[in-house]
Write a protein that binds this ligand. Structure first.
Ligand code: C5P
Length: 311
């Protein structure tokens, strides 16, 4: 028996993400859209602890509203653990404890981070030692953003968002995140975009036949320059998210008036991510937005993907 197999409990940290660029292409027959995105993993993280058990169970705690998180077998962390058990022939279960910091249904990939963390944690707890590429294959089956939560850093995603290639990036970017007290369903936001495109026959937000990440985004990431990145931020889902949650328009305007270089809806929303020049500017914006009764946290990126934490 190796040292890994003897562990009683494994703690894994996995990051939330911001899509600093997201172009949505056409709806495919499998119900997914082709897309081109630039992901950045940020320091708002999920802490997942797994321990040995006969069955599979999950519990959640943390500072964000938790009432939308299912605690039965539909929870993505339980699905991840079961998938790994089925793949490796592992016969017992796992007790999964999730400490949530990434907002639920917030557009920052919190559920995907839970899934990625659970794969890594169970693999270590059970001593199954699956090769990284196979963990990735399981991750893809759990959701489009799960592979990125495994790799972290800064990456380009194509296909459903799960075909990843690393993006050259230097330095740290500072973000201020305005958290909403409600969630948005990702399928609903994609549907709103499709309906909008149908209604206007593709004139206003035409679906790119082959969506691509634009060169100015890659250049800004390579340069580590927040001013350049602020100019290049783009999210095709933003208009749809604003249609479903019009109050976010005011949040975006407020942040930009109070010193953000730019603001963007994160993924399918409703979290709004403001890019700022440096850590001091982040603190100033956090204070200003808190004074306006918004729930705000600071984060920086890139950070690494799902990894074991040695407590
Ligand atoms: O893969 P995941 O479960 O995160 O996706 C949630 C939903 O988001 C999908 O069922 C689909 O409606 C939408 N989606 C999409 N195109 C993508 C990724 C997600 O339409 N590339």
């Amino acid at each position: 028996m190796t040292a890994r197999e003897r562990r009683d409990r494994v703690h894994v940290r996995a990051p939330g993400k911001i899509n600093v660029f997201l172009k949505v292409g056409a709806l495919q027959e499998d119900g997914y859209h082709d897309l081109a995105t630039a992901y950045q993993a940020v320091s708002l993280c999920e802490e997942v602890r797994v321990s040995h058990a006969d069955d599979f169970s999950v519990s959640v705690s943390g500072p964000v509203p938790l009432d939308q998180v299912p605690l039965d077998g539909s929870n993505i962390a339980i699905r991840a653990a079961r998938l790994l058990a089925a793949r490796t022939g592992y016969r017992a279960g796992a007790r999964i404890e999730i400490e949530k910091r990434v907002p639920v249904a917030g557009g920052m990939g919190g559920g995907s981070a839970d899934a990625a963390a659970t794969l890594v944690a169970c693999d270590a707890l059970w001593g199954t030692e699956l090769p990284r590429e196979e963990l990735h294959e399981l991750a893809r089956r759990l959701g489009a953003d799960v592979p990125f939560a495994l790799t972290g850093g800064t990456a380009i995603g194509t296909g459903r968002g799960d075909e990843l290639s690393p993006a050259l990036a230097q330095g740290q970017f500072n973000w201020v995140l305005a958290l909403a007290d409600f969630g948005l369903s990702t399928p609903d936001v994609y549907r709103a975009l499709d309906e909008h495109r149908e209604r206007y026959a593709g004139d206003i937000f035409p679906a790119d036949p082959v969506p691509q990440v634009e060169a100015d985004v890659l250049q800004a990431l390579r340069a580590g320059d927040p001013h350049m990145l602020a100019e290049a931020l783009h999210n095709d889902l933003q208009a749809a998210a604003l249609q479903l949650a019009p109050g976010l328009v005011e949040v975006l305007e407020l942040g930009e008036r109070r010193g953000a270089l730019a603001g963007i809806v994160s993924g399918s929303g409703p979290t709004v991510a403001f890019l700022v020049a440096d850590a001091d500017a982040a603190l100033e914006l956090q204070v200003a937005l808190s004074a306006a009764q918004l729930e705000v946290v600071r984060a920086s990126g890139p950070v690494h993907g799902a990894r074991v934490v040695h407590d």
